[in-house]
Design a binder for this molecule. Structure first.
Ligand SMILES: Nc1ncnc2c1ncn2[C@@H]1O[C@H](COP(=O)(O)OP(=O)(O)OP(=O)(O)O)[C@@H](O)[C@H]1O
Ligand SMILES: [Mg+2]
Length: 925
């Protein structure tokens, strides 16, 4: 991965999981030019995952195609640390899918376009309200989201749905040091009251950023390279596109302004305010500065007195009775922050709801592609409720992954009749149960319990965990009373959670009197967000804890994902903590690889077969690897046998694969690469064949010329039986395609095969042998027919001449000069395509031709042992009516004597035409 990263290859596949390493920022984007261009998108369109280098488009493409192919929902799950690139990846996926849909769209149909715009516009809007600058990421998503895009069966988008998880609302009141609150606050102040319909006094009365304590406290107000005013324009445009009316936009921005104004309200105790009071009320708080109260009340459009009362009192309803207790200054500040958080959180909910209304698909839509952008595992020094939820989510996703893989694999193996031999891996379902279980109760349920019992505290919660779950192998409650932590052994590592604050975060109660106060707001938006509770028992009882809500959301998510055909995974990794390009912190990366469960992903997947492919696809893709299956497997051969032949040709051993009923299963991922490698080499060869076909045009012209020329060569010299009537094709054996021949030619520095055909070679012992005669651009070869092994090579310049009989037999003697001892051994050959061979040698090697019925030639000595010594022999051609058949025969007895005799039947002798003169006795070609 590191090596790839250095070369800007930010994507890698580890098993089925795409790992993306954040290259960081514009500098990187400029360097990796074209990485996300339309051109690159086109390149990935319609390609299999292993055909091109890994890319986020690989995953997007395979999800989109799988959606269309299987008509089953797909999901892409993206996890990783903050700043690792999840949101960027999610956006790239969405863009790719939209582009792919647009490319597939019939031009007459424009319906998909609008949906596409709406969906893409939802990103800047949700980011404005849900993202913030943190120390880890300038644009950190402070909520998790699952975006589903609905498609019709032609792959055109119909609409979408956004589900969000766990907005970090505490940020509204206390952004960390060096961090900011949600972008929208800064956008609001940057636009200076221009938002909405422009008529709002609240917005016109906005102050300086430094005047708002919620924003000023963190000490950071700017993000380098980011203009909040420009961002506001984008947000405003998105609001309009997504159907927020000008009035609604004003109300929304007034709500945001109200949150800031609320933050400026401060409290002091009654006594400090100098009031004379009953004893019990001496600690009760009053608002410190009336002005700030008025500003906040104006923004909220409520009565200032009611606002003050709602902040300094707490109402508890017991049945139909109501009891109001005054709060002290600290409690009031707490109530104030609770109000701000509740307002913002509900506004965010409403925002998501409006987005969902705007992009809502038609009711019949059901085919979805979902993209999950959610935090990966979090392990900090101090881990609290948020980490518990996030890590629980990751456990749940891991569980889904395992179930999916195992279920799908087992079902498939059973269907294909392939044996299943499981490999060890950690199944985390015990940890999931430990957290969310109801029978026996898990951690979240015990927490809920402590929120309901009258005197429940963080400490009593811990005690209950210890007494009820202490035997659980994945839970450990700290014995150190002061530490007050419990440790869960997650699949990614052990995490110690602090008990302090869990109860309160889990209760997450909106104050009743605050809700009532807000329900009377003159702002339609605020009144809508806080409907007055209907009096009675039901509403009081149905308070859901944050943990219970999150569990519900996770169940819903798991159910949604569970309906998908198969999840696709992207794991994002941060190469360093400094947000710097080209900086690789090996330890940090190793840590993330572990926490992201990448190793587990691979292990689970490896439990079975890494790769599978239906026979037909396998054959289509790899048939060129094997001679027996190229260009098409024999019709009589079963697809399974053809696949086996290919696997054998690629040297993949039997243990490395299984053949099911319809699919090939490959055990090791490396096998895929082997096959791909062989394929590309074979394709290279096929390309050569095609090039050859191109060249054969020229070659054909050459051969036609050659044939004409052959007339002249034999003019009046020889009887012929018509071999000149045969077309000259040259390479009858496709020798040029054999790798052995290529190697042989390379070795001799030769480039072309002019001729190759089967012939008979008469050896020094007078024995006829099946051989191949091959003529290149510089030599004549006699080759053994198996494996093209070279028997004899005669370079053209060693060639002395050719002797033929005057009959129409196929014998020829190729005289060889040179050699160490004043001349080499001649070749005695019997050739079908004599005319072609002789003419070619005349043409290319300048050989001279002599026709005579007695030929003298040098031959190697006969004998048991190979020797370079030569002797002179003669061969005589005699016409013999007694010769059966139509071929000239070598008299075998004569062969042993060194005085060879060839018996020529009359059809090749006196009865064959004598070629004299062009067009004379010779028939037209
Ligand atoms: N593929 C990429 N190419 C170039 N820059 C990238 C890429 N991915 C991420 N970045 C850079 O890293 C920053 C952080 O990425 P992103 O916001 O996607 O992280 P995240 O995983 O969503 O983090 P968080 O959990 O905080 O939301 C981006 O703003 C961008 O500058
Ligand atoms: Mg993000």
């Amino acid at each position: 991965m590191q090596a790839g990263f250095k070369q800007d290859k930010i994507y890698t596949f580890i098993g089925p999981v795409l790992v993306s390493v954040n290259p960081f920022k514009q500098a990187a984007i400029q360097r990796i030019r074209g990485m996300y261009s339309a051109e690159t998108m086109r390149k990935y369109s319609g390609r299999q995952s292993f055909e091109l280098p890994p890319h986020v488009y690989t995953i997007a493409e395979s999800a989109y195609r799988a959606l269309l192919r299987s008509s089953k929902g797909q999901c892409i799950l993206i996890t990783g640390e903050s700043g690792a690139g999840k949101t960027e990846a999610a956006k790239r996926v969405m863009e790719y899918v939209m582009a792919a849909a647009a490319a597939a769209r019939p031009s007459a149909k424009a319906t998909g376009r609008e949906v596409q715009d709406l969906l893409l516009q939802s990103n800047p809007l949700l980011e404005a309200f849900g993202n913030a600058k943190t120390v880890r990421n300038e644009n950190s998503s402070r909520f998790g989201k699952y975006v589903e895009i609905f498609f019709d069966y032609q792959g055109q988008p119909l609409g979408g749905r956004v589900s969000k998880f766990l907005l970090e609302k505490s940020r509204v009141c206390v952004p960390g040091k060096g961090e900011r609150s949600f972008h929208i606050f800064y956008q609001l102040l940057a636009m200076g009251g221009d938002g909405g319909d422009g008529s709002s006094c609240v917005l016109h009365a906005l102050g300086e950023l430094q005047a708002y304590s919620y924003l000023a406290r963190s000490g950071t107000t700017q993000v380098a390279g980011l203009s909040d005013a420009d961002e506001w324009s984008a947000t405003a445009e998105a609001l309009t596109t997504l159907g927020f009316s000008p009035e609604r936009q004003t109300q929304l921005m007034e709500l945001v302004a109200a949150v800031l104004a609320i933050g400026n309200i401060s409290f002091q105790s009654n006594r400090a305010a100098g009031q004379v009071l009953a004893k019990t009320d001496s600690q009760a708080a009053v608002v410190h500065q009336e002005d700030s109260l008025k500003v906040a009340a104006a923004a909220l459009k409520v009565d200032p007195r009611k606002l003050a009362s709602a902040l300094t009192n707490r109402t508890i309803a017991t049945g139909i009775d109501r009891m109001s207790t005054p709060l002290d200054a600290a409690q009031s500040a707490h109530a104030r922050d609770a109000l701000a958080k509740a307002l913002y959180a509900r506004a965010f909910d409403a925002l998501v709801e409006q987005v969902n209304r705007a992009v809502a698909p038609p009711p019949h839509a059901e085919l979805t592609l979902g993209v999950l952008d959610i935090y990966g595992f979090e392990i900090f020094e101090a881990n609290s409720f948020e980490q518990l939820c996030i890590n629980f989510a990751n456990e749940k996703l891991q569980q889904l992954f395992i179930e999916f893989t195992l279920r799908a694999e087992q079902a498939e193996y059973a269907a294909e009749g392939v044996a299943w031999t499981p490999v060890e891996f950690f199944n985390n379902c015990v940890v999931v149960e430990l957290i969310e279980g109801s029978r026996p109760a898990g951690v979240l349920l015990w927490l809920d319990e402590e929120c309901v019992v009258p005197k429940g505290t963080d400490a009593s919660f811990l005690t209950k965990l210890a007494s009820n779950l202490s035997k659980h192998p994945h839970l450990e409650v700290s014995k150190d009373q002061a530490a007050r932590t419990f440790t869960i052994k997650h699949y990614a590592g052990d995490v110690a959670y602090a008990a302090d604050g869990l109860i309160e975060k889990n209760k997450d109660l909106a104050y009743r009197n605050q809700i009532e106060m807000l329900s009377e707001s003159a702002s339609p938006l605020i009144a809508e967000l806080f409907p007055a509770a209907t009096r009675g028992k039901t509403s009081a009882k149905k308070i859901e804890t944050a943990g219970a809500q999150f569990r519900k959301q996770m169940d819903a998510l798991a159910a949604t994902i569970g309906r998908c055909a198969e999840p696709h995974y992207i794991r994002c990794i941060k190469p360093n903590l400094k947000k710097r390009p080209a900086d690789w912190d090996a330890q940090l990366v190793a840590h993330q690889v572990r926490y992201l469960g990448i190793v587990e992903n691979v292990l689970v997947r490896r439990a079975g077969f890494a790769h599978r492919m239906p026979f037909s696809r396998f054959l289509g893709r790899y048939k060129m690897i094997c001679r027996g299956t190229w260009p098409a497997p024999p019709a009589a051969q079963s697809p399974a046998d053809s696949c086996a032949a290919i696997l054998a040709a690629a040297h993949i051993v039997k243990a490395g694969y299984e053949l099911g009923k319809t699919k090939v299963f490959l055990r090791a991922p490396a096998s895929v690469f082997t096959l791909e490698d062989r394929r590309s080499r074979a394709l290279h060869d096929v390309a050569r064949i095609l090039q050859g076909a191109y060249r054969s045009f020229a070659a054909r012209r050459y051969r036609i010329k050659l044939r004409e020329k052959s007339m002249a060569v034999f003019e009046g010299l020889k009887r012929r039986r018509g071999s000149w009537r045969l077309p000259f094709l040259g390479d009858y054996l496709d020798a040029a395609e054999a790798p052995e021949v290529t190697r042989m030619l390379l070795k001799a520095g030769e480039a072309r095969v002019y001729f190759a055909d089967r012939i008979t070679h008469v050896n020094r012992n007078g024995k006829a042998q099946e051989r191949i005669l091959l003529i290149s651009d510089r030599s004549v070869y006699v080759l053994a027919p198996t494996k093209w092994r070279v028997n004899v090579r005669v370079a053209f310049d060693e060639l002395e001449g050719i002797s033929l009989s005057t009959f129409a037999d196929g014998f020829m003697v190729v005289h060889v000069g040179g050699g160490a001892k004043g001349g080499g051994a001649a070749l005695l050959l019997q050739v079908q395509r004599k005319a072609e061979v002789v003419t070619m040698l005349v043409q290319e090697a300048g050989a001279s031709v002599v026709c005579s019925d007695t030929i003298e030639f040098r031959s190697k000595r006969a004998g048991m042992f190979e020797t370079s010594a030569t002797e002179t022999r003669t061969i005589t051609f005699v016409e013999s009516a007694a010769t059966a058949g139509s071929a000239a025969l070598l008299d075998e007895k004569s062969a042993a004597t060194g005085q060879l005799r060839v018996l020529v039947p009359p059809v090749l002798g006196s009865k064959a035409e004598l070629q004299i003169g062009k067009g004379g006795a010779a028939p037209a070609a």
